[in-house]
Design a protein around this ligand. Structure first.
Ligand code: AQP
Length: 341
């Protein structure tokens, strides 16, 4: 967003995660932890459980209900304050679907064809992928722009979708000769930007990885974490004392990187600290650090999940606050387009 355009819009952060499975350490280090910090830097933050994105691939209905609550619990347990930030699930605010349709009529096929995430997720089964998965980036643009979101914390992997959001916003503004939407800025965080699978250092840690050993879930207890760390793939070489020594060693780099992110140190400092040691000893320290860091989150999530009515209430109240921002924006969009209301 240009300086002059930025000043026309209230600074507002939007971000979300899909309730498509167990929330994991990648979500925490790449997103939630950062969201918590942003609460102190911005007056308005919206943190959404993007359940409509989750159904772009099949979700069992009763599992989905639990996953939505669990995602909300993960946000709160990580430090998102639902009194300050607006915490809600996407499907309770109909403006997301309405604006997504408008954007389906703005975005071009050529733009969507370039999206690498669709290619990755659809894989060889492209013909069988849902159309929802294909137009997912348009819904993501709607999520952000329904609130005229000016800043979005994104992982590296979401950068391309945010570019598309900016293209959609500027096309819409240009087509209708009205400055309705901001050009949203990405907030990319350096440390912990991409946490990789514990089984394959070239693949990102992901909820949908069939191997539970590939990720540390935020609901994992001490034993589960210790087991996963013990079984995490490494190589036979010792830990290098310089970052350069991690070249071509994705699993080693990932474990040291996670350690650095959890201990708020640089990767270089962690290499210095453990340089020359084998991974056996390092893994013990790693497991201790991960469990002590995650235990309060796990405990708070479990406490919240024992009271689903409370979580539902938080989401309902958040959705009401979200609707209060979204409705005037949607009305403005309808007026600009020429819809009667
Ligand atoms: N491995 C990761 N490292 C760093 N950040 C990550 N995020 C997800 N995985 C990592 C960040 O978490 C936020 C929410 O992501 P999401 O759940 O909406 O979608 P995703 O990136 O597709 O996550 P998954 O786990 O890979 O889900 P599935 O398997 O269902 O597709 C985002 O900010 C994301 O960058």
């Amino acid at each position: 967003m240009t300086e002059s355009q930025a000043s026309n819009f209230t600074p507002r952060v939007f971000s979300g995660a899909q309730p498509s499975g167990n929330m994991h350490l990648g979500n925490y280090l790449g997103a939630f932890r950062n969201w918590v910090k942003l609460q102190d830097q911005f007056d308005e933050c919206l943190y959404c459980v993007v359940d409509m994105h989750a159904i772009t691939v099949w979700q069992n209905p009763s599992d989905l209900r639990d996953q939505i609550r669990e995602a909300a619990a993960a946000y709160i347990a990580s430090g998102v304050n639902p009194e300050k930030s607006i915490l809600f699930n996407q499907s309770q605010v109909s403006g997301h679907a309405e604006l997504a349709w408008v954007f389906n009529c703005v975005a071009r096929l050529g733009w969507l064809n370039r999206m690498t995430q669709f290619k990755d997720k659809a894989g060889k089964n492209r013909e069988k992928a849902t159309t929802g998965l294909y137009v997912y980036p348009n819904l993501m643009a709607a999520d952000i722009l329904l609130y005229k979101g000016t800043h979005v914390p994104v992982g590296e992997d979401q950068k391309q979708h945010l570019e598309l959001t900016r293209d959609i916003a500027s096309s819409f503004n240009e087509n209708y000769e009205a400055e309705v939407f901001p050009l949203t800025e990405p907030l990319i965080q350096a440390e912990g930007a991409r946490i990789m699978s514990l089984r394959d250092g070239t693949k990102k840690m992901s909820k949908s990885d069939p191997s539970d050993l590939s990720r540390i879930n935020l609901t994992d207890d001490v034993d589960a974490i210790s087991k996963k760390v013990r079984k995490a793939k490494t190589d036979a070489d010792a830990i290098p004392s310089e970052v350069d020594g991690l070249e071509g060693r994705p699993e080693a780099k990932n474990l040291l990187g996670i350690y650095a992110a959890l201990s708020d140190k640089s990767l270089a400092d962690v290499c210095q600290q453990f340089g020359g040691q084998g991974f056996g000893d390092f893994k013990k320290d790693f497991a201790d650090l991960a469990t002590s860091h995650l235990a309060p989150i796990t405990t708070e999530m479990a406490r919240l999940m024992e009271n689903p009515d409370h979580v539902d209430d938080v989401l309902r109240k958040g959705a009401e606050r979200a609707r209060a921002i979204a409705e005037p924006v949607m009305n403005e969009v309808k007026d600009v387009i020429g819809f009667l209301r």
